[in-house]
Design a binder for this molecule. Structure first.
Ligand code: KG4
Ligand code: ZN
Length: 343
């Protein structure tokens, strides 16, 4: 197996993106994502609609990934798929599809933990993205479904140091945006308006949570009460202050994340910090990490945007790393909606 070229076909369907990718060793040669637009009108992901859309999308998305990679499916060395965590109905579509495909092609099947994949995405080595963190490092996964700080000792040796006790950080962005009347997902819009506003114009309380855990549900409520009160006094308050409100919300959320990250660095003595998940696209967190690099001597790692949000390339890199160690699954494997990182 030493110098063999390994082709991994990877499938991701944990939430509302149907994705497939092909990797040639650690390099991504195709990465296709079908984002489900249907949820926009509901202001959040509707699980039942998500699984139906996965069923419609999965065959064309896998075909497209193979076509772009320009390889015949007979060349595929193994099928990697997201086993969890995620929505049961969504995971089931990817899991059963991957199992049948592996059976049909007579290749190994590799189950992947989605959270591990967000972290190991840093080991994808496309030309322009080939600096990977060295072990041990800290990883903060921040998205619409997750908020964790993880101590990464090795590829498959990870320890959760802290996580959210309620909402994920992406939800804090999206729910705040909804209160402001912005469409779903509102995170990128808050980021956009924040760039034009004053982050110190309005003050929002930061939650007091022990250790390295997070809580965002109280934050969302404080935004709601603040806006309700201000709009009662001035019905045009939101439109007149949108940039400053967004800048202040973003400033508070990012400082909550950075406070915990600084605490984790202090506690572990590890200054190598990687982030992943959709919220890594946020300009505020990117800037804060660059500042920490300059002012506190950290080494920071931010994946390319397409590997931050949900994608199958990150499932593929875990597939490759597991393939090398022959960590294969059999056909009795089932989806695991509450799959923990350390299981
Ligand atoms: O990783 P992802 O695509 O899916 C989940 O696993 O949730 O993350 C989506 C989340 C959404 O909450 C979205 O609002 C947020 O990432 N997001 C952002 C930005 N881009 C995406 N939040 C703040 N600023 C951004 N630029
Ligand atoms: Zn994710």
């Amino acid at each position: 197996m030493e110098n063999e070229t390994i082709y991994i076909l990877a499938i991701e369907s944990s939430c509302d993106d149907t994705a497939a990718a092909v990797l040639m060793n650690q390099k991504v040669i195709s990465n296709v994502v079908a984002t489900q637009k249907i949820h926009e009108q509901y202001g959040g992901v509707v699980p039942e609609l998500a699984s139906r859309a996965h069923q419609q999308n999965i065959v064309p998305v896998v075909h497209q990934a193979l076509a772009i990679a320009n390889i015949d499916k007979k060349l595929v060395s193994a099928i990697a798929f997201t086993r969890g965590p995620g929505l049961m109905g969504s995971l089931l579509v990817g899991t059963s599809f991957a199992k049948s495909l592996a059976l049909g092609l007579n290749v190994p099947l590799i189950e992947v933990n989605h959270m591990q994949a967000h972290i190991l995405a840093h080991f994808i080595t496309d030309e322009e993205n080939s600096i990977s963190p060295e072990f041990p490092f800290l990883a903060m996964t921040i998205s619409g479904g997750h908020t964790q700080i993880v101590l990464v000792k090795d590829y498959f040796e990870m320890e959760i140091l802290g996580e959210t006790l309620d909402d994920a950080v992406g939800e804090a962005f999206d729910k705040s945006a909804k209160i402001l009347g912005l469409p779903y997902p509102g995170g990128p819009l808050i980021d956009k308006y924040a760039k034009l506003g004053d982050p110190h114009k309005f003050k929002f309380p930061k939650p007091k949570v022990d250790g390295l855990n997070f809580s965002f549900s109280g934050f969302k409520t404080s935004v709601l009460y603040f806006i309700q009160k201000a709009v009662k006094e001035n019905p045009d308050f939101i439109s007149e202050n949108l940039n400053d409100i967004c800048a202040s919300i973003q400033y508070t959320i990012i400082s909550i994340l950075m406070d915990k990250l600084k605490k984790a660095v202090k506690q572990t003595g590890i200054k190598s910090v990687a982030i992943g998940g959709g919220v890594s696209a946020n300009s505020g967190i990117r800037m804060a990490l660059k500042d920490a690099e300059k002012n506190h001597g950290w080494f920071t790692y931010i994946p390319k945007f397409e590997y931050c949000t949900d994608n199958a390339a990150m499932i593929g890199i875990v597939g490759y790393l597991k393939y090398k160690q022959e960590f294969f699954s059999d056909q009795s494997i089932t989806a695991q909606p509450r799959y923990r990182l350390s299981e």
